[in-house]
Design a protein around this ligand. Structure first.
Ligand code: CTP
Length: 411
């Protein structure tokens, strides 16, 4: 199984039944509906009567471009069996928001309105049920609600968890519905073949920062986008991912343990002690080759008549080469992937780099053409030769690269 077919629009061809129960968080469901459609899905909205108190079915109909179903007695359906038809068409049923009351009903198997009835009627082996709870923090902590959440999981539902922060009631704590982007990620994950399940991936990303003094330093133009995309895609495909990142302006990928570092030495200290516990190491970080040997503890001051500062450099450790040596000690259990950011002669430099670093796969790209951009083109080099991944978004390339790594690991 590969992930590559999902490249263009991640939810293309998927039909999502989006259920809304009563809660202020219904306002986020409108954004979620749009996000699902932008990701390529078709969306069928089903609402409870209570949900209609919070958001109009007209809004949801306009966004989904489909009739919204509310009642099991709706005679617009020829066979009058909306609960059967809707649940059979779905690739997934997502209830967002799911109120405390609906959680209780689902945990008990009640079926006295269309949404609960449809959930009980769903073919459980084929159609995953995702539940996004939304309620006040005291309600969320109530033993009955927690008991119902556990019961739903035991019955095979995916309970997506809750967000933390300010609530509509004025209180602060756990119980907010997850944000539309977070829900989209979790829905996409539930529908992604878990080809990396059971694997642990260690990924480095972003630039390093080498201090000159406490306020200045030397860095480079890496944005971290490629490494972050690989981390997100690997997590989505079921891997447990640790991302070690230099300073970037990107949000931590969802469900990825992210370790922030600054210098090349920090990167080595973060990776080397843990690398042996992983299956795949992807060195995507743009690591400074040198650091300032005579870095100052205090800010270097500019004074009239004083000589210009003179920087001396010393070589940084090579993290990829160090981990690859460790890998040899691991008898090839850890599959190491390097990146090469070149400005010219890509194939020649990248091939030499693969041999020098003693790694099975090296991914070449033209650094100045891609730093900071959302697109890239990659050249994969292994002992069999070359493979081109033409210009595409970094999200798409990350998915293609994961398939390429899997293929070589399974070889
Ligand atoms: N790398 C590393 N530690 C370093 C330098 C590089 O782990 N000190 C890794 C990068 O993360 C990348 C690969 O090695 O995966 C190649 O990095 P690159 O900077 O292109 O190569 P260098 O070995 O530094 O060679 P040069 O700068 O001369 O091209």
């Amino acid at each position: 199984m590969t992930l590559t077919t999902q490249v263009d629009k991640p939810l293309q061809g998927k039909h999502i039944v989006l259920g809304l129960s009563g809660g202020v968080a219904c306002y986020k469901s409108a954004m979620l509906c749009r996000g699902l459609i932008k990701a390529g899905a078709t969306v069928q909205v089903v609402m409870t009567e209570s949900a209609c108190q919070f958001i109009s079915p007209v809004t949801m109909q306009a966004l989904s471009n489909r009739q919204v179903f509310i009642s099991q007695w709706d005679n617009a359906i020829p066979n009058n069996m909306a609960h059967i038809n809707l649940s059979r068409e779905a690739d997934a049923i997502v209830i967002a928001p799911c109120s405390a009351d609906l959680m209780a009903k689902l945990a008990q198997g009640h079926a006295n309105d269309l949404l609960s009835l449809m959930c009980v009627a769903r073919p459980a082996q084929k159609v995953p049920l995702l539940v996004a709870p939304a309620m006040n923090r005291e309600m969320w902590e109530h033993p009955a609600v927690q008991r119902n959440a556990r019961q739903l999981e035991q019955d095979g539902a995916i309970v997506l968890g809750v967000g933390q922060g300010d609530q509509a009631c004025g209180e602060t704590g756990d119980g907010r519905m997850l944000e539309p982007d977070e829900l989209l990620h979790d829905i996409q994950k539930a529908l992604t073949p878990p080809i990396l399940k059971g694997q642990r991936w260690l990924i480095t990303a972003g630039p390093t920062f080498e201090a000159i003094d406490p306020v200045r330093g030397i860095t480079n133009r890496s944005s971290g986008k490629m490494g972050y995309s690989i981390a997100a895609a690997a997590q989505m495909a079921g891997a447990e991912v640790v991302l070690v990142s230099g300073p970037v302006a990107l949000a931590c990928p969802r469900h990825v343990q992210t370790i922030a570092i600054e210098s090349a030495q920090d990167l080595l200290n973060a990776c080397l002690p843990i690398a042996a516990g992983f299956d795949v190491f992807v060195a995507c970080a743009a690591v400074a080759d040198w650091r300032v040997a005579n870095a100052s503890d205090q800010k270097i001051k500019k004074e009239a008549g004083k000589a210009l500062p003179s920087l001396e450099f010393t070589e940084n450790p090579d993290i990829l080469a160090s981990v690859a040596q460790l890998e040899q000690a691991q008898n090839g259990q850890l599959f190491c992937v390097g990146f090469a950011a070149e400005s010219e002669n890509l194939q020649e430099h990248a091939s030499a780099k693969r041999l020098r670093k003693k790694i099975p796969l090296l991914v070449g790209n033209i650094g100045p053409a891609t730093f900071g951009k959302d697109e890239n083109a990659l050249l994969l080099i292994d002992d069999q030769g070359l493979e081109q991944l033409p210009l595409a978004s970094k999200t798409q390339l990350a998915i293609q690269l994961i398939d390429a790594i899997q293929k070589r690991r399974n070889h």
